[in-house]
Design a binder for this molecule. Structure first.
Ligand SMILES: [Zn+2]
Ligand SMILES: [Zn+2]
Length: 243
């Protein structure tokens, strides 16, 4: 005789707001960031650098509080410039640096040597120092824009926790607001939740693993400049090598 079977438990869902995992954004700042409705209030409520000591990927004595699945690497910089917060896929960003470095070595050094030899055979020549200088310049420029995108706050929103009075009173305004059960906040019309970053983002465009995090209002400009930089770099080396 078989034992009575209990009904299978439901798998954890995205809407499970009771799970601590579903609300990690608030865990580091619970009780500190509960009332503030704005980013400025949230940032001003953060403890002084060194007051928060959490487990860090590098050292247990390093103060790297979590915001969702991102880490604030420097509270002072984060508070003053919304900078120095790395996303959950930061190794992918480091891979992009290695890729750009490899491309710079190939196009700036190896390929230009081959073109120079071919050009000399036909009586021509290549200005290798100038070409290499431009490639190295693009390498640093593209990487600088990459890390500005990857380390800037994408637009993390931590409030409001109460529906604004104007939205509560006006049904047409109320329809523009949604409640995020994971962050336990009300999302305005331009706010959406990211399941990878585990936070709500203002003007969320998409989650980009190569940038390690979301691309939103806070880092969209850097993201566009990064793309412009590598495209110009790529077009330049193609024109230089195949012209
Ligand atoms: Zn959310
Ligand atoms: Zn994200």
């Amino acid at each position: 005789m078989s034992a009575p079977s209990s009904p299978p438990s439901d798998p954890p869902s995205d809407n499970d707001s009771d799970s601590p995992e579903s609300r990690p954004m608030l865990s580091a700042f619970d009780g500190i960031a509960s009332p503030p409705p704005s980013r400025a209030a949230f940032l001003s409520s953060l403890p002084a650098l060194g007051d928060i000591v959490s487990s860090c990927c590098l050292s247990n004595s390093c103060a790297c509080p979590r915001v969702g699945s991102s880490r604030v690497c420097n509270l002072a910089l984060y508070r003053s410039h919304n900078f120095c917060i790395t996303g959950p896929h930061f190794p992918a960003t480091v891979f992009i640096t290695l890729f750009i470095g490899g491309a710079t070595w190939f196009f700036g050094f190896a390929a230009i040597d081959a073109k120079d030899q071919l050009s000399q055979a036909t009586g021509g020549g290549v200005n290798k120092p100038l070409h290499r200088s431009i490639c190295v310049l693009f390498f640093f420029l593209t990487n600088a824009l990459l890390y500005m995108t990857a380390c800037a706050d994408p637009g993390i929103v931590t409030g409001p926790k109460e529906l604004p009075p104007e939205a509560a009173e006006d049904p047409s305004e109320r329809s523009k607001w949604r409640f995020c059960e994971k962050c336990q906040i009300y999302q305005g019309p331009s706010v959406a939740h990211c399941n990878d970053c585990k936070v709500c983002i203002e003007e969320l465009d998409h989650h980009c693993p190569w940038m390690s995090k979301c691309v939103g209002k806070g880092n969209m400009l850097w993201f566009k400049l990064f793309n412009l930089s590598w495209i110009v770099y790529f077009v330049y080396v193609l024109m230089r090598l195949f012209s």
